[in-house]
Design a protein around this ligand. Structure first.
Ligand code: AHR
Length: 518
């Protein structure tokens, strides 16, 4: 018997809803076909945006969506995507094996419309490779300027007199690879220029200024254990030289690579394939802790400016860690058509839940996290094919976990010892308005686990939802779109002030308890 102990009186921190963010890119059929079908499409749509996709996204209310890439952002010129759609230039999209004509029908206004429909904040990523500082400033001006300038008037002519007020701006993407093969020093130097040129859109600068632009610098490749440390350390060493630029956040990318066998399919695996992928997703926790420590140290060593101004503005760097891309990446994605298209099985749902819980537990270390990617690419929550549409089991995880947004993460332990080659019970709990939500993930391939749940104070069981399927390889297909779906689970047995539950193999449960106030 495994015991889970929850001390709901000891809080770790508040769960920023931004940890449940999404990422979409012009890659494969993520945007064209997956989100944008155009107003004249036979696929039901809201002004060109797929109705089924928008309605599904509304269900999970993504707090933030990152766009236009990814690698695509490294060659994207924002002016290609504004103005009358029939006059937009035709380019060729070579991003990650996409190899398709690109008619720029989905641009800034269409992205903002999507964000508005689903209630998400936009995160725009600027082109630091084939773009320029001027191009970035003009995009910012176009999006955010409220005063009547030539660019804001143009925005009005294109349909939005009201500024978009985009707060989150990523400066470059993966500059250590496709984004320019920079070193951390050369990137830091380039970043200085971009960061300094960002308009403030406000006559004053304060910490809580709503209009303040959040400048996101590129963090490391989270999958390279030595390089990722060197990247972030050297980045801060560069920023320490002379006056530091403003860096509000460092964007780490971490993929759970499953590249063992290039002939394997993401839907066909045995017990070894199950545990290998589950075990490797847990590295994210190590990477977050390591990177946050380097950032915290780095922030400390940045000098304040000498003199009165230095005293006035105080410490120039208070960078936070964000994770702009995360998710499973199976080898089959490399040869998939559309590019990077993957099915998502119960195994992907389990690693999605484990990863989100890693973010929840590290809510004091990470500010934003975006799953890569929302639709038809890698660790998707939605898949489409022509008119066909389905929600993957990953969608259910986001839906079930929504209850943790803005809640307080609390102390929660299970006494099973972790062994990579065996199943384990993983837990996380949060408290909001006298309600405790407890996640229990059983990663065991085929064994149910008996668990006792103990609270510090008395709590009353209310409901439980569970995501599980007959086989670990099960997934939702267009012919059976609801094969793996969250359901109500079994009521636990009360024993004194504890509860006894049977947690099925390969399952994710979210229990709701009400705290009893004596
Ligand atoms: O998400 C797919 C790709 O992975 C992104 O374009 C890039 O940033 C990363 O390498």
């Amino acid at each position: 018997m495994i015991t889970i102990r929850i001390n709901e009186t000891v809080t770790i921190g508040q769960i920023n809803p931004m940890l449940h963010g999404q990422f979409i890119e012009f890659l494969g059929s993520c945007i064209y076909g997956g989100i944008w079908v155009g107003e004249d499409s036979e696929i039901p749509n809201y002004n060109g945006l797929r109705k089924d996709v928008v309605d599904a996204l509304k269900e999970i209310k993504p707090p933030i969506i990152r766009w236009p890439g990814g690698c695509y952002a490294d060659t994207y010129h924002w002016r290609d995507g504004i103005g009358p759609r029939n006059k937009r230039p035709i380019r060729y999209n070579e991003n990650f094996g996409t190899y398709e004509m690109d008619d720029n029908q989905f641009g800034t206004h269409e992205f903002m419309m999507l964000c508005k429909f689903v209630g998400a904040k936009p995160w725009l990523n600027v082109n630091m490779m084939t773009g320029s500082v001027a191009e970035m400033c003009e995009w910012m001006e176009y999006c955010n300027r409220k005063e009547m300038t030539t660019l804001s008037i143009e925005r009005g002519e294109n349909g939005s007199e009201v500024p978009f007020n985009v707060k989150y701006w990523g400066i470059g993407n993966e500059p250590w690879a496709g984004g320019g093969t920079y070193t951390s020093e050369t990137y830091a130097n380039e970043y200085r220029k971009y960061s300094t040129a960002v308009p403030s859109f406000s006559s004053y600068k304060t910490e809580d200024n709503e209009e303040k632009i959040i400048k996101i610098a590129c963090g490391p490749d989270g999958n390279k254990p030595k390089e990722r440390v060197e990247w972030t350390e050297k980045l801060f060493e560069s920023f320490q030289k002379f006056r530091a630029p403003e860096v509000d956040a460092i964007d780490l990318h971490f993929y759970n690579w499953n590249l063992g066998d290039f002939s394997s399919k993401e839907t066909e695996f045995d017990i070894n394939g199950w545990y290998t992928v589950i075990d490797s997703c847990l590295e994210l926790d190590i990477v977050i802790k390591e990177q946050e420590k380097i950032i915290e140290e780095g922030n400390k060593y940045i000098k304040s400016q000498e003199g009165l101004l230095g005293e006035l503005y105080g410490h120039p760097l208070k960078s936070k860690l964000v994770v702009g891309e995360w998710g499973n990446w199976h080898s089959s994605a490399f040869t998939a058509s559309p590019a990077l298209y993957q099915q998502c099985t119960m195994r992907d749902a389990i690693t999605t839940a484990l990863s989100l819980d890693i973010f929840h537990r590290n809510c004091n270390r990470v500010d934003i996290a975006c799953v890569a990617q929302s639709i038809n690419v890698l660790n998707s929550i939605i898949l489409t094919d022509g008119i066909d549409f389905l929600k993957t089991p990953n969608f259910d995880v986001f839906k079930m976990y929504h209850v943790h947004q803005n809640a307080m993460a609390v102390e929660c332990f299970s006494d099973n010892s972790y062994k990579a080659e065996e199943g384990n019970i993983f837990t996380f709990a949060s408290v909001n308005n006298e309600l405790i939500h407890l996640n229990i993930i059983n990663t065991d391939y085929d064994k149910t686990k008996k668990v006792t749940i103990q609270f510090e104070n008395e709590s009353v069981f209310e409901t439980v939802t569970i995501l599980k399927s007959e086989k670990t390889t099960d997934f939702n297909s267009f012919s059976d779109p609801d094969k793996v779906r969250e359901k109500m689970g079994e009521e636990p047995i009360k024993e004194g002030t504890s509860y006894i539950v049977n947690i099925p193999a390969a399952s994710i449960s979210v229990y709701k308890f009400q705290i009893v106030n004596n």
